[in-house]
Ligand binder design. Structure first.
Ligand SMILES: [Zn+2]
Length: 466
């Protein structure tokens, strides 16, 4: 998952005062333990090409065993070689269904020759931890492991079980080895939970200071379609009436000129209501209008000029790949395009597909579904979760507003939202959007921000399981 804060940062023009001066490194014994877990985890290569999620799952299993979590309450499932998943149950007193803590073990590829330092050695300098997975998602994975260890040492008995899943292949989307998806299919009883916390949220830094805290309560559905036009082809010296390239181009032009209708939801309205606090003049008024639920077409048009606001207002479908022809001197026999759609969670996927067909299909161009959307309804803004996040944010970063967001990208939360489990993207780690490096080169996290995030999650887990 990647943070998409860059555009949001541009809208942030009010600087909130940060809390007390942040610490520099690990100070408490628990933070030192956390550091050791974090370092071990990022130094285990978990890329698809040469890495092993199983090795990472085993290492975390060992840590938790040392912390006193009974072996009987932990399981490693390795349905595919090197694609291990760890499921841990921290026993509570049984008042209510479990709280799920979810993080993924796998990381995006990282090539040593492209990085300034070895991506699988934790580098500490300049106030940063640098490594592949330093933020996405080994920060949360290590934090959850260390939090369960601390709760065990404290003798804390939660009111409900806490279930931790550390899974494989989140970054590879809808593959069979995606751990979250696999567990739900093959071990659904283990994930019978009331609500869950996963990646997808985070704080925004501006000039090194926290200015905004986002909690992800919804995400758009991901879908791929293919457009294809074929012909018998022939010699290019004798063009015919039907050319697949021209036919496909006409369909793509129709798509490029179309905008799916704006559809507001509770999350979108809350998002614009809070974001208005950062806006001025016309934009402030436009955001207020969206927040009020009755924006004018002009207000929507102005806001839609921003790709980020546009993505939060409507479903989008865009051509991402084109492939056609087989020789410079031959009439094309085939032209194909991939259309990637990001469908609002409150839109109807069938209606989107029907509209897509209406726009692009004709006797020469056919549309097929390559990767169907998985329904992922927005999670309700539960009072217990929202209040806990609000209160902790106020304590740790006074004055920083909490904003509920719908992300345009996808996380593993979709599999749980799909079966009706409310999921919340909450990390407690703040990032500077101008320094966004997740999935990219020299991925890093500010050291004090990592420790703060861990403390935030510790307090949150306790609050939600008291
Ligand atoms: Zn991720």
């Amino acid at each position: 998952m990647v943070f998409h804060f860059r555009a949001l940062a541009a809208a942030v023009c009010v600087l909130f005062a940060a809390g007390a001066q942040a610490q520099v490194g690990a100070t408490t014994p628990e933070q030192k333990r956390f550091y050791a877990i974090y370092k071990e985890l990022v130094e285990i290569n978990t890329t698809h090409s040469v890495g092993s999620n199983t090795e990472a799952a085993q290492a975390m299993h060992k840590r938790l065993l040392e912390d006193g979590i009974p072996a009987a309450n932990m399981q490693i499932f390795e349905p595919f070689p090197k694609k291990g998943n760890l499921v841990v149950r921290f026993k509570g007193s049984g008042q209510g269904k479990p709280l799920l803590l979810m993080a993924h073990l796998d990381v995006v590829e990282a090539r040593r020759e492209d990085w300034k330092s070895d991506p699988f050695k934790l580098k500490e300098d300049d106030g940063y931890f640098t490594a592949r997975g330093a933020s996405d998602d080994k920060a949360m994975a290590a934090a959850f492991v260390s939090i369960l260890g601390q709760l065990k040492r404290e003798g804390f008995v939660p009111s409900r079980d806490i279930v931790l899943t550390l899974t494989a292949d989140e970054e590879r989307l809808d593959v069979p080895s995606n751990g979250a998806s696999w567990l739900l299919k093959h071990q659904p009883q283990l994930l019978d939970v009331e609500l869950g916390i996963n990646e997808g949220g985070g704080g925004l830094l501006e000039n090194g200071k926290p200015v905004l805290y986002s909690i992800q309560v919804a995400e758009k559905m991901y879908a791929d379609y293919q457009l294809e036009s074929t012909d018998k082809g022939g010699h290019s010296s004798m063009p015919t009436a039907h050319n697949p390239v021209y036919a496909l181009s006409a369909s793509l032009s129709a798509l490029s000129n179309y905008h799916f209708p704006v559809k507001l939801s509770e999350v979108t309205q809350a998002y614009f209501a809070r974001s208005a606090g950062f806006a001025k003049g016309q934009q402030f008024q436009d955001m207020q209008a969206v927040a009020g639920g009755q924006p004018s077409p002009e207000a929507l048009q102005r806001l839609s000029a921003s790709p980020m606001y546009n993505a939060s207002l409507r479903t989008t479908c865009v051509a991402t790949e084109v492939n056609a022809g087989h020789a410079p001197n031959a009439l094309p026999q085939r032209a194909r395009a991939t259309i990637n759609c990001r469908i609002l969670p409150h839109d109807d996927p069938a209606a989107i597909e029907a509209q897509l067909r209406k726009l692009t299909e004709n006797e020469q161009v056919k549309l097929t579904v390559i990767n169907p959307p998985l329904r992922s309804p927005a999670s309700p803004m539960r009072a217990d979760v929202m209040q806990a996040v609000q209160k902790l944010t106020e304590t740790m970063w006074p004055g920083v507003p909490v904003i509920p967001v719908m992300s345009a990208g996808a996380t593993d939360s979709r599999f749980l939202r799909n079966i009706g489990v409310p999921m919340y993207g909450i990390s407690g780690i703040f990032f500077d959007p101008s320094d966004a490096r997740a999935h990219g080169l020299d991925e890093r996290v500010a050291i004090p921000r990592l420790y703060e995030g861990r403390e935030f999650l510790y307090a949150l887990v306790k609050t939600l399981s008291k």
